[in-house]
Structure formats: C-alpha cells, structure tokens
Design a protein around this ligand. Structure first.
Ligand code: NAP
Length: 247
C-alpha cells in the first residue's frame, strides 16, 4: 500500500530538480500527478520516464489561464485534485542598490504571485476532495536574509506569509497549507555554484529526493493535523554555525 494511494497531485516547476523528484516519489507512493513547467522538452522526458500515472502540461505560473488548464487536466485525467505543490521558482542576484526593477518585478511575479495564482486556481478542486494539502516550496532564504539576494529573499519570505494566510482561509474546506524551507540542494538551479558547507552541521548540501520525502509526509494523511507550519530541511544550516573541520 502506498502512502498516497488514490491522491492526485499538481506540481509546478516539476520537469526537473526538486519538482521532478517530488513527482517521482509521489508516483512511487501510489499517487497520480500532473506536472507543469515552462520547460516542455524536460517535461516530455520526465513523462517518458514516469509512464501512465503522470500528465505533463505547459504551465507558466504567472498565467492564471495556464493554472486553470492545469487544474482542469488533473480533474479530467485523474478525477480530481488533492495535492498542490507550488514548487516553480527562479533565482537572480545583485546588490540591492544595483538591482534592476525588472529583476525585482520578475522574481516576485514568479516566486510569490505564481504561488498565489496556484492556490487561487486549485482551491475549489482541492475543497471538493474533502481533505487536501498545499505544499509551498520556500527556502531558508524565507527565514533569514542573504547578501545579494534581496528579490529572492523577499519572495521566499512572502511565500512563508502567504502560506499562513492561506492556511487560515482554507482550513474550513479541509485544505492544509504548509511551507517547506530547503537549504542548498543539488539541482540545475545550483549547478556551477560553489558552496562552503564547513559551517553546516551535516557538512553537505542536500538532494532533491530528501525534499521529496518531506513532501510525501505533508501530502499524506500522516500530517492530518499539520497546517500553517514551516518545515526547515537544511542539514542544520539555520540552527547555528559549527566550526569548519580543520580550523
Ligand atoms: P530548478 O531545477 O531550476 O527547477 C525549477 C523549475 O521551475 C525549472 O524547470 C524552471 O524553469 C521552472 N520555472 C521557472 N519559472 C517558471 C514559471 N514561470 N512557471 C513554471 N515553471 C517555472 O530549481 P530547483 O532547485 O528544483 O528549485 C525548485 C524550488 O525549490 C524553487 O522554488 C526554488 O526556489 C526552491 N529552492 C531551491 C533550493 C536549491 O538549493 N536548489 C533551495 C531552496 C529552495 P527555468 O529553467 O525556465 O527557470
């Protein structure tokens, strides 16, 4: 028996990285899933790997019409919707006094308004499921500030706040809403970047499959009394600073 038997998920930004790992794990646990992304080639490849229990749709999270179509695909193909994973996100960098308005507007539009769009589009179908779960992928940058990351940090703090507000609004409909706050995870988003993990208690970066394990818990009935909460998954990075080995 799978931990997500009979559940139907919609996962944004799911063609690769953390979203793809969540899709893979959800299917292993008995769910069916609609994966949405702007990277249609990656989406087609994932579809070929995962087989019958998954559909791919082009989903730009900034487009309410795309969201409506994605929710409709879940309902039509799989009979309803019981899990929404707001995972799509982008990152951009720059000192705040040298950070263009366009980059600010874009990151807020994708990382924060994209989550709002998803919740708004999916809420009616999620309510019809009786019990359902929204998982918003924030970041440890939604818990504390990072240099040269003003837009990303603000957007991820916003996701954390939006999660609390949505949990209050939607609890009566049986919809639980929680946020997940990963530390550095090995995905295409972080490819080519170097990270000093000497100060991190577990002394390594994380893997997408480790985020997927947490997502299974939050999507399943195992977390039936959990809503409006934030889940840190960062190898201990925000717990404090350890002395790097050898220093
Ligand atoms: P990723 O590999 O870049 O995957 C994110 C996916 O979202 C990409 O396919 C990306 O496509 C897509 N996307 C971008 N804009 C979109 C839009 N408007 N509509 C729909 N999809 C869009 O990144 P990831 O590392 O798996 O990140 C997944 C989530 O985890 C993000 O919200 C990220 O902020 C968060 N997170 C990641 C880390 C980390 O260290 N990797 C840490 C904390 C939090 P493009 O290539 O076109 O952008």
């Amino acid at each position: 028996m799978g931990r997500l038997d009979g559940k139907v998920a919609l996962i944004s930004g799911g063609a690769r990285g953390i979203g793809a790992a969540i899709a893979r794990r959800f299917l292993d646990e008995g769910a069916t899933a609609v994966v949405g992304d702007v990277l249609d080639d990656d989406g087609a490849q994932l579809l070929a790997q995962l087989g019958d229990g998954v559909r791919y749709v082009h989903l730009d999270v900034t487009s309410p019409a795309d969201w409506d179509a994605a929710v409709n695909e879940a309902v039509t193909a799989f009979g309803g919707l019981s899990i929404l994973v707001n995972n799509a996100g982008i990152v951009n960098f720059g000192r705040i006094d040298d950070y263009p308005h366009e980059q600010w507007a874009r990151i807020i539009e994708v990382n924060l308004t994209g989550v709002f769009n998803g919740i708004k589009a999916a809420a009616p179908a999620l309510a019809r499921a009786g019990t359902s779960s929204i998982i918003n992928v924030s970041s440890i940058a939604g818990l504390r500030g990072y240099e040269n990351l003003a837009g990303y940090t603000a957007s991820k703090f916003g996701v954390r706040g939006l999660t609390k507000a949505a949990a209050l609004d939607l609890g009566r409909d049986g919809i639980r809403v929680n946020s997940v706050h990963p530390g550095v995870i090995q995905t295409p988003m972080t490819e080519g970047m170097t990270f000093d993990t000497g100060h991190v208690p577990l002394h390594r970066i994380g893997q997408p499959a480790e985020i997927a394990q947490l997502a299974v818990y939050l999507a399943s009935e195992e977390s039936s009394f959990v809503t409006g909460a934030e889940f840190v998954i960062d190898g201990g990075e925000t717990a404090g600073t350890v002395v790097p080995p050898g220093s």
